[in-house]
Write a protein that binds this ligand. Structure first.
Ligand SMILES: [Zn+2]
Length: 304
């Protein structure tokens, strides 16, 4: 004879089963999304296999590029019983024609996969500009022809940045800042990520100037691997200007020697080791030597 369950318990079991089914369904949907995403991504990154991409642990951030491609992220969160020394954001592929920066960040993710000890809390975005990378002929700019590293909020506001671009670059289309700061889905999401995650240092990987650039407070790294410090000065709308100068977050910009060929494995190790050593010694910055951070809206500095 079957035991009768009270009606409440039956409903409880039904609720639990529906919840488990919905979790399983969403996990399947995520897996499906990542399979599709990785297959497409690997077309733009010869040398990366879909299997490696899927194994990387990258996940959709919830944000999409202009063309609807998911922007992927991986978090290396704090570990139990260890307070992280600082929060660090790593970004590659801001410019779609610099695949070496994406490979570099993916390589460092493999190191974090093995050695993440909880010393830092990391968020890693290997490819901010998938549309530029996935074009038949990859471009520095995004799908709408905007340079994402000129489209960050600026104290000059949208009009000021546009004017500066027109005057100083002879209207170089490769550096077009767009008409509205943080007006692109990719840059808007990056600003939101910075506001929410509150990184205490940002590592942004570019190419091919073969140097280390630095913006913001605190001592700059003088050398990372073979890359030596050379301050380029920053342009309004760049990440260095927005995060470094305006928000007061140290921003290390690595300019790899080649935009298409990543550094050797030994050089990637050397840069990573030096970078972590530099972070460990000086981040968070205890005595910022620059002006205190100001609040910036997408149109400019907020009135205080
Ligand atoms: Zn670049």
């Amino acid at each position: 004879m079957t035991a009768m369950l009270p009606r409440r318990s039956v409903w409880g079991i039904i609720c639990i089963l529906s919840f488990l089914l919905s979790v399983a369904a969403s996990a399947t949907a995520d897996t499906h999304t990542m399979t599709k995403t990785c297959t497409t991504l690997c077309r733009g990154l010869p040398g990366l296999t879909p299997a490696e991409c899927q194994k990387s642990g990258l996940e959709p951030s919830g944000a999409f590029s202009n063309n609807g491609f998911p922007i992927l992220i991986k978090e290396y969160p704090p570990v139990r019983s260890r307070k992280p020394q600082a929060r660090i954001l790593v970004i590659g592929g801001t410019h779609g024609d610099e695949p070496a920066s994406v490979f570099t960040v993916l390589n460092w993710m493999q190191k974090l996969d093995k050695y993440h000890s909880g010393l830092f809390h990391w968020k890693v975005v290997p490819l901010l500009n998938p549309d530029g990378l996935l074009k038949k002929k990859p471009t520095r700019t995004n799908a709408r022809g905007v340079d994402l590293n000129r489209n960050m909020p600026s104290p000059l506001g949208g009009r000021g940045v546009y004017q500066r671009w027109a005057d100083k670059t002879d209207r170089d289309t490769r550096q077009f800042p767009g008409l509205k700061p943080a007006g692109e889905p990719e840059s808007k999401w990056l600003v939101k990520l910075i506001q929410e995650f509150k990184p205490q240092a940002i590592i942004s990987v570019h190419a091919p100037l073969n140097i280390v650039d630095f913006d913001g407070p605190g001592p700059a790294p003088t050398q990372l691997g073979r890359l030596r410090l050379r301050r380029l000065g920053n342009f309004p709308g760049t990440l260095g200007n927005y995060a470094g100068e305006v928000l007061g977050v140290p921003v290390v910009t690595l300019e790899l020697p080649s935009d298409s060929t990543p550094p050797s494995s030994a050089e990637l190790n050397a840069i990573w080791t030096d970078l972590v050593r530099w972070l460990k010694a000086g981040i968070p910055v205890s005595h910022p030597d620059s002006a205190p951070a100001r609040k910036v809206t997408s149109q400019g500095v907020a009135a205080e």
